[in-house]
Design a protein around this ligand. Structure first.
Ligand code: TYD
Ligand code: MG
Length: 460
């Protein structure tokens, strides 16, 4: 009998320690260390979390033939293939992470259903075969080549997968399956690690692409995909607000393509639909011009978006004014308010300020700053900004209007959507081509833009 050994794991990042610690030295989280039994015997242990082919030997780069390079499988799910960098690489392990209820199971079942003739094994540890059938009926598509298995034992899943030899294996979800070699419960750090390592071995040995689904919980009690991120080849994050219908699939890590690729989906009654023109969805269509709205030309990954920023400024009812932001970092908003107060001389300290990004999207692009400042001022003056104007610039602490990256793409997207003017920083390099339909206005300070917009708007 192998001696049973225990260790403590951080259930946020998977750090292993021989003794209990209040704070994880690796990720700095408090109270995340949990004790787990790890079997150190003959069988593979959690240490086997990396792939080691038996007959590996060094090869000169120049001697590696082209056909040894990655072979890709197109899944005929346009946007999904694009996020992966042009199809899924054979023998790769892809992790789709996301909060419960966001649509991971729907997305992963839709892939084989939309791909005609792709033999797929869909393993679910969460739903029964009948439930999967009901979902598949709702989603529509070709069901002939999709085999489902409702199972949680890793050993059985691998046996079945070897017998069936599918072209694609989907595991929903990694937290519900367990290996008999590890003595802790399903979803614990060592189980998740062991199962992922075994699936990686299966993927490399049989050249089958494997998609695994991982849950992220807000309090991090279940071993989140953080532990998995080191093991897998591709990490895709599925995010969005469950109260809105938009979902964003973002690649965070990709060993075979560009990371920071992104696809937008809309959740409908018959599953997820690709949104090919996301910009139009985040601009509200109220038609009339309202104060407090400004459109920002942002960029997420390599994809340009035009997003409507909405602000509401009102006199504070209580002593301490309220500041709240949805879809944007409230600290950055406070910084912008401080810049407006100190550098431009607008008194906003006795005002409540609320900020909202239309469509429930989260924006981190600093190019949004200028649109935020303009929407706040527009609400404050109660003067609407024309809906034909877009903004793309960062605001510095001294109130200067700073340049942003990839300005060409932002201008081109705004032009495509019929905007007539775009305000950018005068420090942005001169654009290479002339824009016919859109007027590019370069500014270096906020007062200059404010004069330009609000005086002409008020004078109309
Ligand atoms: P699901 O894929 O089960 O989420 P996850 O696997 O990430 O937990 O889907 C969750 C939500 O999607 C659920 O609340 C219902 C909704 N939904 C639709 O709106 N339309 C559909 O066609 C399907 C299948 C699900
Ligand atoms: Mg699910």
């Amino acid at each position: 009998m192998a001696k049973v050994k225990k260790a403590f794991f951080c259930n946020n990042c998977g750090y292993e320690s021989a003794k209990w610690l209040g704070q994880c030295p690796s990720c700095g989280q408090w109270n995340t260390m949990v004790e787990e039994v790890i079997q150190k015997g003959d069988g593979p242990t959690s240490k086997s979390a990396t792939f080691s082919p038996q007959s590996a030997h060094p090869v000169k780069l120049s001697e590696i033939k082209g056909d040894m390079a990655e072979e890709r499988l197109l899944l005929s799910a346009g946007e999904f293939d694009r996020v992966l960098g042009g199809g899924i690489v054979k023998g790769s392990l892809v992790l789709i992470g996301g909060e419960p209820g966001i649509g991971k199971s729907t997305l992963s079942l839709q892939i084989p259903l939309s791909c005609d003739g792709l033999r797929t094994l869909y393993v679910s540890g969460e739903e029964s075969s009948r439930q999967i059938k009901m979902r598949a009926d709702r989603l529509g598509g070709e069901q002939e080549n999709v085999t489902v298995l409702s199972e949680t034992s890793l050993e059985n899943i691998l046996d079945q997968a070897k017998a069936l030899a599918p072209q694609l294996l989907i595991i929903d979800s990694i937290q519900t399956i367990f290996s008999q070699l590890v003595d802790s419960s399903a979803g614990s750090v060592s189980q998740v690690r062991e199962c992922a390592a075994s699936l990686l071995r299966f993927a490399k040995e049989t050249s089958t692409p494997v998609i695994i689904i991982g849950h992220i919980t807000k309090d991090g009690t279940i071993a989140g995909p953080k532990v998995l991120e080191h093991i897998v080849d591709v990490v895709l994050q599925f995010e969005g607000d469950t109260r809105h219908s938009f979902r964003i699939l973002r690649s965070i890590k990709n060993r075979f393509g560009a990371s920071a690729e992104l696809a937008v989906y809309e959740m409908t009654s018959s599953g997820l639909k690709e949104v090919l023109n996301p910009s139009e969805m985040f601009i509200s269509t109220h038609g009339e011009e309202l104060s407090g709205c400004a459109v920002s030309a942002t960029l997420d990954g390599t994809r340009p978006f035009l997003i409507e920023v909405q602000a509401l400024v009102s006199t504070a009812a209580y002593g301490t004014p309220q500041r709240s932001a949805t879809g944007f970092d409230v600290r950055r908003m406070n910084m912008l308010l401080a810049v407006l107060e100190k550098r431009v001389g607008f008194k906003l300290s006795a005002k409540d300020v609320f900020l909202n990004m239309a469509g429930g999207i989260r924006v981190t692009d600093p190019a949004c700053d200028l649109a935020i400042v303009i929407s706040i001022l527009s609400s404050n003056f109660d003067v609407p900004v024309s809906q034909k104007i877009a903004f793309a610039a960062e605001i510095g602490l001294s109130g200067e209007v700073r340049p942003v990256s990839q300005i060409e793409r932002r201008i081109a997207e705004a032009e495509k959507l019929g905007f007539e003017k775009i305000y950018i920083s005068s420090y942005n390099q001169k654009e290479e081509r002339q824009h016919k339909k859109i007027k590019v206005i370069r500014c270096s300070t906020i007062p200059q833009i404010v004069r330009d917009i609000f005086q002409s708007e008020a004078g109309r």
